[in-house]
Design a protein around this ligand. Structure first.
Ligand code: AMP
Ligand code: MG
Length: 352
C-alpha cells in the first residue's frame, strides 16, 4: 500500500457554537488553496475555494471524481449568490425563501466568476446555502464560496460522521472538522430552476411534495422515473450517470408488500447461507427473525431511515459482510430519495 503523504488531523468542533480558533485554522487552509472536510446538515463535505481552479482540481483528484461531474457551491448569504449567477428566476426566490439555509441545491445560469472546472464545463452552476453552523462559519470567515462534494472516495457511500471521512481520506487531506453525526444523512435535493417548470435532477433532503406546496408544479427528471433511455431525455445532471453509495458488500434490494418482501429476504438469506456467504439484512420490520450474520433495523420514520442509511451500509463492511439484503420502502416524500440511493447502491433489485 502507498504511504500516506499528509497527516490528517480531526478536530472536534461544537456544531451549535463553533470555536473561533478552529474555524480560523480551517479558513486559513481554504484561503491558501487547501482542502478541508467539514460537517453539513446533509453529509460531510470536502471543500475548496470555488473560484480558484487549482484548489478545485485537488477535490477531483482526492476523490477520484470524473471531471465532468460538477460540484455544488456553498454560500452563506444572498449577496454571494448574486455574484455567482446570471439571474435569479421567481421560482428560485420562492424556494430560497422557504428552504434556505437547508438541504436543497438550485441550478442557475452561471456568471463569469465561476470557473469551468467547478461546473464540470457546464454553463450552469449548482448553489446551496447549508444550515450547519460549522460550514456557515467557515464560509463567512474565508470570505469565499466553497465548492464541496461529499467527502468520500467517489462511488463509496457518502460520509455522515467524521470517522467515515477518515476511513476514506486519511493521509490525503490535512483537516477534518468533526461536528458529530449529520442531521439528515442523505444529500441535498438538486433542482434546475433555469426551466419554465423546474426539474428535480436529484431527489434529496427536501421532497417534491414540499417544493410543490411552495411553487406549484415541478417535474422529476426522466432518469429518476426510469425513463433515461427516452430519446427526449437530455442528461442535465452529469452526476446522475455515475453509480453511487456502494459499500464493498454486494447490495440486493427487495421491493414489494411487507410480508412478501420479508419472505423473499428469508428465502434469499437461506440460499446465501448455503453458499457460505456472510449476510446482513437491513429491514424496517423490527421483529424479523432470520439467520443472518447481522440484522440492521433501519427504523420506521423516513427521517430515521435517511439519517442512518449510509452509516448502516458502511457498518456492514466493517463486519466483513458479503451480501446486504435491503427491504425497500415507499417511494413517497423523502422515501423517494432514500430509494434512489438504494437503487444506486444495489447491483440487483428484486420486485415481489
Ligand atoms: P455531490 O457533490 O457528489 O453531492 O453531487 C452533486 C450533484 O449535483 C451531482 O449529481 C451533480 O451532477 C449535480 N450538479 C452539480 N452542478 C450541476 C449543474 N450545474 N447542473 C446540473 N447538475 C449539477
Ligand atoms: Mg457525492
Amino acid at each position: 500500500m502507498k504511504k500516506p503523504t499528509v497527516r490528517t488531523e480531526i478536530i472536534r468542533v461544537n456544531s451549535k457554537r463553533p470555536d473561533y480558533h478552529i474555524i480560523r485554522k480551517a479558513s486559513r487552509l481554504i484561503c491558501n488553496g487547501e482542502i478541508v472536510a467539514f460537517p453539513t446538515e446533509t453529509v460531510y463535505g470536502l471543500g475548496a475555494n470555488a473560484l480558484d481552479p487549482s484548489s478545485v482540481s485537488k477535490i477531483f483528484k482526492i476523490k477520484g471524481r470524473h471531471s465532468d461531474n460538477p460540484l455544488i457551491v456553498h454560500i452563506d448569504d444572498m449577496n454571494n449568490l448574486k455574484k455567482l449567477v446570471m439571474e435569479i428566476p421567481p421560482s428560485a426566490n420562492k424556494i430560497i425563501n422557504k428552504f434556505w439555509p437547508g438541504p436543497i441545491t438550485l441550478v442557475f445560469k452561471k456568471s463569469e466568476s465561476v470557473p469551468d472546472i467547478t461546473t464540470g464545463g457546464l454553463n450552469t452552476v449548482a448553489i446551496r446555502m447549508p444550515r450547519n453552523n460549522v460550514v456557515l462559519a467557515l464560509i463567512k470567515m474565508s470570505g469565499l464560496p466553497i465548492a464541496a462534494p461529499s467527502a468520500n472516495i467517489s462511488g463509496r457511500p457518502s460520509p455522515t460522521k467524521a470517522k467515515h471521512v477518515k476511513d476514506d481520506l486519511d493521509g490525503k487531506i490535512k483537516l477534518i472538522l468533526d461536528g458529530g453525526t449529520a442531521e439528515i444523512g442523505i444529500e441535498s435535493t438538486v433542482i434546475d430552476v433555469t426551466q419554465q417548470i423546474p426539474i428535480i435532477l436529484r431527489p434529496g433532503g427536501i421532497s417534491k411534495e414540499s417544493i410543490e406546496n411552495e411553487i406549484g408544479k415541478v417535474r422529476f427528471h426522466d432518469s429518476l422515473l426510469g425513463l433515461e433511455n427516452s430519446k427526449h431525455t437530455k442528461n442535465r445532471s452529469p452526476g446522475m450517470k455515475y453509480r453511487h453509495c456502494s459499500p464493498n458488500a454486494q447490495v440486493i434490494l427487495v421491493e414489494g408488500p411487507t410480508n412478501k418482501a420479508r419472505n423473499k429476504i428469508i428465502e434469499l438469506t437461506e440460499r446465501l447461507k448455503i453458499e457460505n456467504k456472510r449476510v446482513c439484512v437491513m429491514t424496517t420490520s423490527k421483529s424479523l427473525k432470520i439467520n443472518a450474520e447481522r440484522i440492521q433495523y433501519m427504523g420506521k420514520r423516513f427521517e430515521t431511515i435517511g439519517r442512518n442509511l449510509f452509516s448502516n451500509l458502511r457498518e456492514a463492511d466493517s463486519h466483513k459482510i458479503d451480501v446486504i439484503l435491503v427491504q425497500g420502502i415507499q417511494h413517497k416524500k423523502i422515501g423517494f430519495a432514500i430509494m434512489n440511493r438504494l437503487k444506486k447502491a444495489a447491483s440487483k433489485s428484486i420486485r415481489v
